[in-house]
Design a protein around this ligand. Structure first.
Ligand code: OMP
Length: 236
């Protein structure tokens, strides 16, 4: 496509490349698909990189909240483990960029295992009961991890109003017959939207990465991503 990426998205993509967060080669995904690229949000562990991703999340959120359909959320929720520093730094960045609106914004995240002593419970941070919750997570491929997070939040009485990820890989749901790539399947993000009736936003999509990196990385890596995009493209 010829649509230009917003400057903050270009900056974020550049930071992901510079920091080695976005890698090219051959990677097995959670879904068992073999991908020519991998985005590891766990590698944003240096202050400058953490700031690059929290800034991009915060700017995406501000864009949505200033649109005609704001989410009006109370809490940013980061599913354990990888999204915990992402969500907490995003809340901090929101308050930096727009203190009059976000100074009192809250975060929370889940424990992988419930604690049975001390304060107990499965959630750390702001209590979710009756609150409007925005999930901030790393990547959507098949959407499995997002379904788990939604389940946990609802169990605590929270209302999930949207999901924001750093990267939408634009893939279809796994086909039931051993995920045969020739089986037409709907998009993973589209199904999340339909199933839960909530919007899903991304800082970057696979299209953005391919368009944004043409001429900047090896031609072979671009070609492999283009082939992969076709192979796992959704039918809808
Ligand atoms: P789904 O639950 O299938 O959407 O998988 C998304 C998860 O896979 C992410 O939360 C990551 O843990 C992991 N992942 C990445 O981190 N980066 C990628 O580029 C691809 C994956 C993946 O395995 O699909």
């Amino acid at each position: 496509s010829s649509t230009t990426l917003a400057p903050y998205k270009v900056e974020f993509l550049q930071a992901a490349i510079n920091g080695g967060v976005l890698k090219f080669g051959s990677f097995e995904l959670k879904s068992k698909r073999i991908s020519p690229y991998f985005f590891n949000a766990g590698d944003f562990y240096r202050a400058d990189l953490l700031r690059a991703i929290s800034t991009a999340y915060a700017k995406t959120i501000i864009e949505v909240e200033e649109s005609s359909s704001p989410l009006d959320f109370d809490i940013v929720f980061g599913p354990a483990y990888k999204a915990i520093p992402l969500s907490t730094s995003t809340v901090d960045k929101l308050a930096d960029l727009k203190p009059e609106k976000y100074e009192k914004m809250c975060y929370s995240f889940d424990r992988k295992e419930a604690k049975d002593h001390g304060e107990g419970g499965k959630i750390v941070g702001a209590p979710l009961k009756g609150k409007r919750v925005l999930i901030v997570d790393d990547v959507v491929t098949a959407g499995t991890a997002k379904r788990e997070a939604i389940g946990k939040i609802r169990q605590e009485g929270g209302i999930v109003v949207g999901i924001l990820v750093a990267l939408d890989r634009m893939e279809k749901l796994p086909a039931p017959n051993g995920d045969d790539p020739s089986t037409p399947m709907p998009s993973a993000i589209g199904e999340l939207r339909k199933e839960y009736g909530i919007p899903v936003f991304a800082i970057l999509t696979l299209n953005d990465i391919i368009e944004g990196l043409k001429g900047k990385i090896a031609k072979e890596d671009i070609e492999r991503m283009e082939e992969y995009r076709v192979k796992y493209a959704a039918s809808d």
